[in-house]
Design a binder for this molecule. Sequence first.
Ligand SMILES: C[S@@+](CC[C@H](N)C(=O)[O-])C[C@H]1O[C@@H](n2cnc3c(N)ncnc32)[C@H](O)[C@@H]1O
Length: 377
Amino acid sequence: MQKYAFLLWREPSLSLAEIESVFWEYIQLDTFALVQTDKENIEKYKNSLWWTIKIALIHEEWVKKNNLAPLIVKKIAEKAQEGKKLRIGIDTFVPALKSLVFKVKDALKEQWCSIRVVQHDNGRTKTATTIHEKLIEQGMELVLYADRAWFTIAETIWIQDIESYSQRDMDRDRSMTVGMMPPKIAQIMINLATKWEKNLVIWDPFCGLGTTLIEALHAGFSQLRWSDLETKMVETTKKNIESQKIWAQADIETFALNAIQLDTYIAPENTVIVTEWMLGKNFTTQTISQQLAFQERKVLTELYTGFLSSAYKNKNIKNMCFCLPFWNIGNEILYMPEIGALSRDWSVENLCIKGKRYLFHMRPGQCVGREIVLLRR
Ligand SMILES: C[S@@+](CC[C@H](N)C(=O)[O-])C[C@H]1O[C@@H](n2cnc3c(N)ncnc32)[C@H](O)[C@@H]1O
């Protein structure tokens, strides 16, 4: 077992839920989750932890500030080979350490180590720099963070490949009227709903443009079902899925269906639902009002109740992960009724409970956000 530091992404509670769903336990320290685990587990899960930016293996903990530079110099000197220039980066999460990299550079030069320090931005290395300079494969990146007066030295062993998945959106058929869920939301919902069990069947009954299915395919799921009220959307999803390079012989079934009649489809055993339905009207700060948000909530409450009840009647659906909208009306947040009020059948998984409500995501400047709910039979 070794100790690793996971750098959390923009919405730390989502990052932590994803980490917890794999590793069960962690300690949060500012923007990091500290996890004790085996190298094999890191290898197995690292490429599907979508809400973690980087993972660093912890080398030294409880280091005093004065001892930092000598220890870092020693670590780098051990790796530097004669006659070969080593590229290094030092990602510091402590503003007071932003010039440390230059101190280290001078000390290494005195020891005749051949190194090149990559570009730093106020003591931080950018994700793109770590990737393009191949610091993990051919160089070295150290991560420094503090817990009060104590410092930790860790070494980056994995970084999220930010460019690879923006690529998969390129050829997609888009629609100006059907909203598209952010791929990162689809990815975390798939992880939470399946806990990485790849033999499950994933069904999105509001497929729209197919974001869930595309992400499921990339995550290694090959049994996919999708439906939508509109045949046109079922076809659009098919086209979008088929545009993916890795599209091969997945086991698929597609059909038009009203999602308040989910019990009418004979789902395979071990089906999980992962979906985002309607978040309702696309309000802006100018158009939203308490009255309009309440009207939306009323309509959606009826729809979600029918959806949950028909899903429960379909006995092969083991669990489900989906989004509920919420509205930011100036200085007040209006939520949908709690799950217990929408359905008495399903149980809410602890993993998605945050305070008195659920995990949530809201893009900056928007008025409608998403709560992510995880239910089991
Ligand atoms: C917001 S879109 C889903 C977008 C999808 N998550 C994506 O990222 O591409 C909602 C979809 O639900 C479908 N829909 C609306 N009411 C429905 C119903 N009662 N049953 C099934 N599908 C429905 C719409 O046709 C639309 O395609």
